[in-house]
Design a protein around this ligand. Structure first.
Ligand code: SF4
Ligand code: SF4
Length: 271
């Protein structure tokens, strides 16, 4: 069973294995667990100039992560067909595992920085009871932030802490399509963001080499939600759910998110 080759064939950009024992709850989640696979999918931020005028904005992490999630499930099924157990559990700590495997270093904005892909990586984990011979044996990489504070200064809501880490209560992402009340004092900073915020990544000098990707035409069409009728939002909701996942895109929450963005844009136009 060559799981690394299977993962790369399926479209992952990197697959690393560490002993499952490095995760405290591995045996609880999968009795007999031996190997934890860390599956890396690289992507690039969407070109900010590529959204339609009546469009909301989606961070490229979300469609990339949705595709990677389905790939991870296909890989788990292939491992199961070959006679081993494989579990992709949402409670598995992906960033911590990637750090332990030496895949990247942690930035002040609490994101993993991959040496080749910057912070634009989706991480998925698979716990297996397969005995992997080619375990990854790299060291944990130290942070390369140094004295830089660019992400702290770029965060519109003051969520990135100068000493490192994020205050989740101040991060815009915590309130997007989550069904929780959006803090009124943060609303002016929402703008056209439907889901995701990349300000702290776009400001990072270690991401400067990554460049931009065009917005896929189907996503470009699906986000044309500014000023849209309830019926149009319902139609586009189905398309968006296909691109970003049904768990994230639900009709009621999408309606609310559109209304919030419109309020935010109105607030900004009166400034
Ligand atoms: S995602 Fe946006 S709001 Fe959250 S920490 Fe980064 S810049 Fe701040
Ligand atoms: S912007 Fe600067 S401080 Fe923030 S993660 Fe990047 S290098 Fe570190």
């Amino acid at each position: 069973m060559d799981i690394r080759s299977w993962a790369l064939e399926m479209g992952f950009d990197e697959a690393e294995a560490i002993p499952a024992a490095m995760l405290p709850r591995a045996q609880e989640l999968l009795p007999g667990a031996r190997t934890l696979w860390i599956l890396v999918t690289a992507h690039r931020p969407f070109d900010p100039g590529d959204w339609p005028e009546d469009g909301l904005v989606v961070a490229s992490h979300y469609p990339a992560s949705q595709q990677a999630y389905h790939r991870t499930r296909r890989l788990a099924a292939r491992i199961a067909e070959a006679g081993c157990s494989a579990l992709a559990h949402p409670m598995l700590p992906a960033k911590k595992a990637a750090l332990l495997a030496g895949i990247g270093w942690m930035g002040r904005q609490d994101l993993l920085h991959h040496p080749r892909y910057g912070t634009y990586v989706c991480l998925h984990l698979l716990l297996t009871d397969q005995e992997e011979k080619g375990m990854t044996t790299r060291k944990v990489l130290p942070s390369l932030c140094g004295a830089c504070q660019a992400c702290v200064d770029a965060c519109p809501t003051g969520a990135v802490q100068r000493e490192g880490g994020i205050d989740p209560a101040r991060c815009l992402r915590a309130y997007m399509l989550e069904g929780v009340p959006f803090p009124e004092d943060m609303l002016p900073f929402l703008g056209r963001r439907l889901v995701g915020c990349e300000s702290c990544q776009l400001a990072c000098p270690h991401n400067a080499f990554v460049g931009f990707a065009p917005v896929p035409p189907e996503l470009r069409e699906a986000v044309r939600l500014l000023g849209a009728s309830e019926e149009t939002i319902r139609t586009r909701c189905k398309d968006l759910a296909g691109l970003l996942g049904k768990n994230l895109i639900r009709p009621q929450r999408l309606q609310e998110a559109c209304a919030l963005c419109e309020r935010s844009l109105r607030m900004n136009s009166h400034r």
